[in-house]
Design a protein around this ligand. Sequence first.
Ligand code: SOE
Length: 392
Amino acid sequence: MTSTLRVAIIGHAFMGRAHAHAWRTAPRFFDLPARPELAVVVGRSAERAESAAHELGAAEWSDDWRAVIARDDIDIVDVCAPGDVHAEVSIAALAAGKHVLCEKPLARTLPEAERMAEAARSAPAGTRAMCGFSYRRTPALAYAKRLVADGRLGTIRHVRAQYLQDWLTDADAPLTWRLDKEIAGSGTLGDIGAHIIDTAQWLLDEPLEAVSAQLRTFVAERPVLSEQRGLGGRAAADAERGPVTVDDAVAFTASFASGALGVFEATRFALGHRNANRIEINGDRGSIAFDFERMNELEFYDAADADGEQGFRRILVTEPTHPYVDAWWPAGHGLGYEHLFTHQVVDLVTAIAEERDPSPSFDEALSVQRVLDAVERSAAADAVLTQVGGGA
Ligand code: SOE
């Protein structure tokens, strides 16, 4: 008989909702070796957790994560709350022998991430930990991974990665937790820069070795939030302004041990780009290009194509032979953002049932955190900025 894995979800805002949807959907569409069951929704306020539990389809709710972690009938703790609780909850849950899925970035700082990775390594035997770099589960990117692994791109020379959003372009957009260093650790860098760092390291199957970075905060103060909604929210017309303590944008060059050269950019000020998570990789046999705003497509250039017929071809990654797609709709019908989280649940549950570590493990997430840390150190040192000479 298939065993059941009971899940407690910590946090019920944007990410909590995406994860709750995934826990409920995965066993309905995929034939899983164990059956996840969303059991408890945990929040800071019991009243809001109760209404979230009703909305998201959990039988129970709580405002006490410690009591929930102590329960024998909870198998998986899914940490979807802001960054300031990732370490405390994950470490306690792992010590209690619960499998943990923790949202990205793993932690606010490198030392915190190191403690979390150590907690995963020293957890009771068989306890699994995974970090939610969900974009790996986009079928087009998972297919790109296959092409790279099969050598279809040859030796990789360039990685060009961008994550462009625009929801902070308005200088009066309110001060949310994502703009508070104490809670989030960093700004654009950790929130979305972490995604492209992870994607690049995962696709190339090697860590970044060195970076040269700049960080910017374009708007230093914003109106204090009165009600969070989605990524932003509302501020009263006469709201006081408070300090933004994180970066608004980051740009860095980077090198891989193999010699590949990377250029990375992440911003919340790229007006017109709502969620353009992009990557282009050039090898000596082929190239791929991807943009999440067209998430069902992958561009592939194959240098082996006949002369006169060469060019990027657009692969619609919706065939049953493509990763994850078989469980969904007929070819050409396409998937959306929520499917990444469902695929994440599928991969985690499968790894738990097969008694192996899921990927990205906390150690892989730690390697992303090392890059975040290096980017901050590089930007702070300004060491890499060579002044342009000349002029009057
Ligand atoms: C906000 O920038 C955000 O919601 C990120 O936190 C998510 O990780 C990303 O998937 C979409 O944008």
